[in-house]
Design a binder for this molecule. Structure first.
Ligand code: NAD
Ligand code: MN
Length: 799
């Protein structure tokens, strides 16, 4: 009975369904067949394979979707390659107009797009209407701005080229916007593949492109599954691949694109901590959990899926959380008063159920609201909010993504323990930190290995704030200035020449105890942890002069030497905590001491590389200048402060990677070494370096200068030997977070391939030459950018 009196008794919500009829009409008008969008035309190839797409909210079949073949990918790639010429030739202002037009149309069709997204994905209309679609428009506006500003703000850069983009199903149109908007702003053209569960909004977006008058071929859409995605990644028309999805597939893509010269960005999974300190505003934190893990049914890569709660408040916190869970409303995603909609597919429900069963078997306590299981709104895929307490930090529930509305909670005693627990993960996407004590909150934010940290907040996004992970959550950023660089390359690189083949390292010999007579210098040792070290092999290799005559020997390093060097680098992390000013002072002193010994260094270069005296002097002079250049930068390569929301700041903080590997080329052995090592250490990294394999001796002289310049032991570790063999060992090492390789094309490929293990970031030259004397090519912001990873910290700024 719907008497007002009765309603007031229960205060139950009545149904508040959003009208789905426009979407129904749209689907009918398309004959419920959704194909591709290639070169400005909608096509459903006659003999195409297809697959079904349904509404997870009620199981209803929505449409038949074309499954893109290699041939479909090929025609889309050709269209994008053709369009690239004219699109990249437009002025930034002209491209900005197109992006602006798209943004306007997204707003105009906002209600339709929200319903379409909800129907296809199962997420509540409240979220698509208030979050997904407004953020899509926001992304196109923001990037219309970058297109307008591109000449002044990204001087010296050109578009990366033709882009292949593959996205997941959890935020279908938003992930499209994150990928397409920066690409088009930069002057790139695109072939995009949506996820198989959620192809509809991308198709509607293609219609918007047509409506906006975007030139044909600039945006192309190929529907399909993993095989279609793989065909995109393999196609050689692409200069850049951008991917969001599972870490498993990300790793496949890293290997598949190795050596291809394609730029790659990966936004992968996470197991993000949600840390609640005893000084937290508990009610706010409870509401935070709702947004962290029950937003989008927990199908969020940065979901706060691991609660880490201080022991003293844990019971109170869990009790309040349970009370709140009891009140969450799950049901028809089109109902405007629903908190939790449908999970994307029955298969996902099976996955979640299996993971929950496993969690129960592991001994953790599972709690669901009393209404769970009793309420089956319709034939859809629903899973109730679920809380596990007493979770073992090492259990699968605490370590691996569930990608569903399931949170695993554990407790800690001291702030140090909280950080340890939070960082005990192979992932590093996001984190949420709750404490009214800002000292505690910021200390935690700083110590977390995560690309995004939300202080007293969670799951906030904006086009101006970079998004992306540390560790196995991938590399590259989306959004903000940093996101634009993913679609740009230095202009000079486009016509860089191939590096000549390296001279092989002569056969190693057992090291002589103490040579030094008869014109032969003593054997150069390695330099690890601030001390000279003998090679593990006990072997050395002859270093030859310009006439291929042996003049000395250098240690022949192996995997064990790399391991020791990495350990020494890890132990020297105090370097990162020094201020930029303190590091600058050390670097200036280093330049001064090198300059004092300039003649000696020049002599070495003449003797071994057969340089002319003038040439050698020039190299030493340029090396001194380069050190000074990075000493200057050490306290100036700033991040950014942004104000994307009222009362919130987002800070883009440049953080060192930690331990980096650097493989130096053979040419200009002192200058190239300095050009690569200095930006890395100026930013606070510790490095494991292999110097030129043909002339390591000049670096042997250099570490003597390090000793006299207050560079702390372990900041620069030098292992001599065969570049490519050692590069392989470094690329495979799990404690190295980033690897720069400047050598052959094959060596570049091997580094990228082996980096897939821990998904370390790589920067390789693909066998291309760099003019180490050129101030455009060999120094400046490009090097600093690769020497840091950006952590985005969101913090309240006022109430
Ligand atoms: P997925 O990685 O399998 O798929 C993501 C996209 O990649 C889809 O478009 C898919 O068709 C495509 N793809 C699959 N195999 C490919 C291949 N070999 N080459 C190229 N493209 C390929 O992820 P999923 O199936 O959507 O979800 C599986 C798991 O991934 C989830 O349970 C979750 O753990 C994770 N996930 C993460 C995110 C995120 O934003 N980081 C998003 C969705 C899913
Ligand atoms: Mn669907």
């Amino acid at each position: 009975m719907n008497e007002i009196r009765d309603i007031l008794k229960t205060m139950e919500y009545g149904p508040a369904p959003e009208d789905g009829s426009h979407v129904k009409t749209w689907l009918e008008n398309h004959g419920r067949k959704i194909g591709h969008f290639i070169n400005g035309r909608f096509v459903f190839p006659e003999k195409s394979k297809s697959f079904g797409c349904s509404n997870p909210g009620n199981g209803e079949k929505l449409a038949k979707i074309a499954l893109g073949s290699k041939a479909d990918v090929d025609s889309a790639a050709k269209a994008a390659a053709k369009a690239f010429k004219s699109w990249s030739a437009l002025s930034g202002t002209q491209r900005a107009r197109h992006l602006y037009a798209i943004a306007r149309l997204v707003q105009k069709h906002a209600r339709f797009l929200s319903v379409l997204e909800t129907v296809d994905n199962g997420k509540p209309i409240r979220e698509t209407r208030d979050l997904d679609i407004p953020l899509v428009a926001r992304h196109f506006y923001h990037h219309a701005g970058w297109a307008e500003l591109i000449d002044s703000e990204f001087a010296g850069c050109v578009p990366a080229g033709v882009c292949g983009q593959v996205i997941p199903w959890n935020f279908p149109l938003l992930m499209l916007a994150w990928k397409v908007a920066p690409a088009l702003a930069a002057g790139c053209t695109v072939v995009l593949k949506p996820a198989e569960y959620t192809p509809l909004s991308a198709y509607a977006f293609a219609e918007i492109c047509n409506e906006a008058g975007l030139p044909p071929g600039v945006f192309n859409l190929v529907n399909g599954d993993g095989s279609t995605g793989a065909a995109i990644v393999a196609h050689d028309a692409f200069d850049k691949i951008a991917f969001t999805g599972s870490t498993e597939v990300g790793r496949i893509l890293r290997k598949q694109t190795a050596g291809s010269g394609k730029k790659l960005s990966l936004e992968l999974g996470g197991k993000s901590p949600f840390i609640v300190y005893s000084q937290a505003d508990i009610d706010a934190a409870v509401e935070g959990v709702v947004d962290a893990i029950w937003f989008n049914q927990g199908e969020v890569c940065c979901a706060g899926s691991r609660a880490i709660v201080q022991e003293g408040i844990a019971d109170k916190f869990h009790d309040k959380l349970k009370a709140r869970m009891e009140k969450l409303r799950m049901g028809d995603p089109l109902d405007k008063a629903i908190d939790i909609g449908a999970v994307v597919d029955p298969i996902q429900i099976e996955n979640i159920e299996a993971r929950v069963a496993e969690g129960k078997a592991s001994g953790a306590q599972c709690w669901q609201p009393s209404w769970a299981g009793k309420q089956k709104p319709n034939a859809g895929c629903y899973y109730p909010p679920t809380l596990f307490t007493g979770v073992e930090p090492s259990s699968r529930l605490a370590q691996e993504e569930v990608f569903g509305p399931v949170i695993a909670s554990m407790t800690f005693r001291t702030p140090g323990e909280a950080i340890e627990l939070a960082n005990n993960s192979r992932y590093g996407l996001a984190a949420s930190v709750w404490s009214q004590n800002l000292d505690v909150a910021f200390d935690c934010a700083r110590s977390l290995k995560a690309g995004i940290v939300w202080i007293n907040s969670t799951n906030l996004f904006d086009a101006a704030a970079g998004f992306g992970g540390y560790r196995e959550s991938g590399f590259g950023r989306e959004g903000g200035r940093e996101g634009m660089y993913e679609y740009l390359v230095p202009a000079w690189l486009k016509d860089a020449k191939k590096l000549p083949a390296a001279k092989p390292v002569p056969t190693p010999l057992p090291a002589p105890e103490a040579a030094g007579d008869g014109g032969i210098d003593r054997t150069m040792k390695m330099y690890v942890g601030g001390k000279q070290a003998r090679p593990d092999t006990g072997y050395s290799y002859p270093v030859l002069d310009g006439k291929r005559k042996p003049v000395s020997q250098a240690g022949f390093g192996n995997r064990k030497d790399i391991r020791n060097a990495v350990e020494a680098a890890n132990a020297a992390s105090g370097w990162a905590s020094m201020t930029g000013h303190q590091r600058a002072q050390v670097l200036y002193f280093l330049a001064e001491n090198l300059e004092a010994r300039a003649d000696e260094f020049a002599g070495r270069l003449v003797r071994i590389d057969g340089d002319t005296k003038a040439g050698a002097k020039k190299q030493v002079g340029a090396s001194v200048a380069r050190i000074i250049h990075y000493a200057a930068w050490a306290d100036k390569y700033d991040g950014a402060v942004r104000a994307p929301m009222a009362n919130m700041l987002s800070l883009a903080l440049n953080e060192p990677w930690g331990t980096m590997a650097i493989s130096c080329p053979d040419d200009a052995p002192l200058l190239s070494f300095v050009s690569l090592v200095l930006p890395a250490i100026a930013m606070g990294n510790c490095v494991v370096v292999t110097p030129s394999q043909t002339n390591p001796l000049v670096i042997g002289d250099f570490y003597q200068v390090l000793d006299t310049s207050d560079v702390p032991g372990g900041v620069i570790n030098i292992v001599t030997g065969e570049r490519d063999a050692l590069a392989g060992d470094m690329a495979k090492h799990d404690d190295i977070a980033c690897h720069w390789y400047f050598g052959s094309a094959e060596g570049s490929k091997a580094v990228e391939e082996h980096s897939a293990g821990n998904l370390k970031a790589t920067w390789v030259n693909n066998g291309k030459a760099c003019d180490w004397y050129s101030l455009t090519q060999a120094q400046g912001r490009e090097f600093l950018r690769h020497a840091v990873q950006i952590k985005t910290i969101w913090t309240p700024f006022g109430v």
